[in-house]
Write a new protein. Structure first.
Length: 206
């Protein structure tokens, strides 16, 4: 459940994304999404504590217009799907750790086959940023994760000093798919991205 202050935004709402100061719970947020995606399909505050992260706020919208990743530039989930997905949901989480944030963008495809196709496109988008000039940040080697709820691939983010700081994961559960990216390094344990990817897959499941 989203127990922290959040801003909700529907497709017809304003594009203002400042963080609200009053709490809103996920059942209220879910009523804005059709046919099935809502804030409860996104990664939740409870999912972060085992990863060494303390969330302080979230901004949620249902437009599919949030940037997909640091690598994708202005690409959005709505753009990737050409607006044909049945529903969209996005979140940006802020934490009490400086320079650390998390973004997630998910969508609901019409079939498992179409979702798998978009999953492939998202993975290619990430892999396009694996080969970069020396001294430039890039994504590292991909790692697969398979759960009863779905599958995913996560990639560490490597900064210009060749140190790992965060990562990105492409996720899918049935006809739902998405991408989640952590900026910053919550701990020295590289397993935090596995945990984040697993939590996102489990939340994405129907």
């Amino acid at each position: 459940m989203f127990a922290l202050g959040i801003t909700m935004q529907s497709a017809a709402a304003s594009t203002d994304t400042h963080t609200a100061h009053r709490p809103t719970t996920s059942p209220a947020a879910t009523t804005l999404a059709e046919p099935g995606l809502g804030s409860d399909s996104l990664i939740q505050s409870d999912d972060f504590f085992q990863q060494g992260l303390t969330p302080v706020g979230a901004t949620v919208d249902l437009t599919g217009k949030r940037g997909l990743s640091a690598c994708s530039g202005e690409a959005t989930m709505r753009g990737l799907t050409k607006g044909k997905a049945a529903a969209y949901a996005d979140v940006t989480w802020a934490f009490d750790t400086k320079d650390t944030s998390l973004t997630e963008s998910i969508a609901e495809g019409s079939t498992d086959t179409s979702a798998a196709s978009y999953e492939k496109q998202l993975n290619q988008l990430v892999r396009d940023c694996q080969d970069e000039p020396a001294g430039h940040w890039h994504y590292g080697k991909g790692h697969t994760i398979t759960l009863p709820a779905g599958t995913g691939s996560w990639y560490p983010t490597v900064n210009g000093d060749n140190n790992v700081a965060g990562g990105v994961a492409v996720i899918r559960s049935g006809h739902r798919f998405g991408i989640v990216e952590l900026t910053g390094q919550p701990s020295d344990d590289p397993g935090y991205m596995t945990g984040i990817a697993a939590a996102a897959i489990n939340r994405l499941a129907d």
